[in-house]
Design a protein around this ligand. Structure first.
Ligand code: PSV
Ligand code: MN
Ligand code: MN
Length: 386
């Protein structure tokens, strides 16, 4: 059996990054339901993120999205984050919201639009210099809707060229995390549709380029843990964008739709030696109908629960069963860990960290919701669902 104190230490040391856009109003293309008390600017998003960290103890950084979180002075924003007891995390670029990007961004047929997109990505690296962020997270909406619309191969060449320019600008200790997504907004061919394409580009770029796995970006039935195992084996897993999906890129709370899948993913992370700072655990979610801060706390807890179960797998027993070809026993060992109620263990971990064992209840008692509802009027939209 895994050593309980080692499991507890590993859980206390976990870091889960929350996304700035989860704190703002969001919705679908049908409707954005505004909530009271949501942040009106990036500073207020950080103040909310600090609450999530205060009650969970494992959410010390916040991902920014540029230009949604545009400010005059990013150094000042980073200093403000530090005052709140947190830090700025990954910088997410945005090459999908301008009219110019109708036919793509760094894959666009027009060199002037490609240059604009690359300039934006370079600006994001400047921001990383100012914030001290390690990771530039790239998701490209680029693709085509109709066969023949553009040359699939030429688009890959343009992508490689643009990425290389940004890669060359990365400083020591900075990384580029390339996301893939099978479809949407492009419906015929997406330029980075799968882990293989992302991997091929990252491999060519070099060590600082890593693949990020967004759990909502796969076809139904995809074995995501296999992708995780493969990328880890190749030293190319840079991190996760965690969320849940039932149908497409639903951006629901991680661990809500399929906690078993999340456990299987976390097990491969642990098994593959990926439970280190090199694999970033980030949330990429929107809370359209539920209260945002408690939902983000819940999401962090869901990741912790899956992690705890993954850490509890009796790996010696599992290997023994696998070696002897005992299919049922091997499956049973894995399921024993999954079926363990890890909530008491996590409550203990929290107590040892000086936290309330029930973060959501503690948050609700804190009065923060009442305070922001009173103080903030006219909250900002996250950027989605306009
Ligand atoms: C769009 O699919 C997306 O959800 C990507 O996953 C990005 O990470 C995120 O938006 C923020 O740009
Ligand atoms: Mn994502
Ligand atoms: Mn997505």
């Amino acid at each position: 059996m895994p050593d309980q104190s080692a499991v507890k230490a590993a859980l206390a040391a976990q870091k889960i990054e929350t996304p700035s856009w989860a704190y703002g109003n969001s919705g679908t293309r049908f409707k954005v339901f505004a909530q009271q008390g949501v942040p009106r600017d990036p500073w207020e998003k950080l103040a909310d993120a600090a609450q999530v960290h205060a009650f969970t103890g494992v959410a010390p950084t916040v991902a920014l999205h540029i230009p949604w979180d545009k400010v005059e002075d990013y150094g000042k924003l980073a200093a403000f984050a530090r005052e709140q007891g947190i830090a700025l995390g990954a910088i997410n670029s945005n090459t999908f919201q301008d009219d110019d990007y109708k036919l793509g961004s760094i894959c666009h047929p027009d060199a002037a639009i490609r240059r604009k997109a690359v300039d934006h990505l370079l600006e994001c690296v400047d921001i990383m210099d100012a914030t001290g962020s390690r990771d530039l997270k790239l998701w490209f909406a680029d693709g085509t809707n109709y066969p023949g619309q553009d040359d699939l191969r030429a688009r890959q060449d343009r992508l490689a060229e643009g990425l290389a320019k940004v890669y060359a600008r990365l400083g020591d200790g900075q990384r580029m995390l390339l996301e893939y997504k099978l479809f949407e907004p492009a419906f015929y061919a997406t330029d980075v549709p799968d882990w293989g394409t992302a991997y091929a580009h990252c491999l060519k770029l070099g060590e600082k380029a890593q693949v990020v796995v967004d759990t909502g970006h796969h076809a139904p039935g995809t074995n995501i843990e296999f992708i995780v195992a493969t990328l880890l084996r190749e030293n190319k897993l840079g991190g996760f964008d965690f969320n849940s999906r039932f149908y497409a890129d639903d951006d629901l709370m991680v661990g809500a739709a399929d906690p078993f899948q999340l456990f299987r993913i976390m097990y491969e992370v642990v098994r593959g030696g990926g439970y280190t700072d090199q694999v970033a655990f980030m949330l990429d979610q929107c809370h359209n109908i539920e209260a945002k801060i408690p939902a983000i706390i819940r999401s962090v807890m869901n990741v912790q629960e899956a992690t705890a179960k993954a850490l509890l797998v009796d790996r010696d027993a599992l290997s023994a069963a696998q070696r002897s070809g005992d299919v049922l026993e091997a499956n049973a060992v894995l399921m024993d860990a999954y079926n363990t109620d890890v909530r008491p263990l996590l409550a203990e971990v929290r107590k040892e960290m000086g936290l309330d064992p029930d973060p959501i209840a503690a948050y609700r008692r804190s009065g923060w919701t009442e305070k922001i509802v009173e103080e903030r009027v006219g909250g900002q939209q996250a950027g989605w669902g306009a």
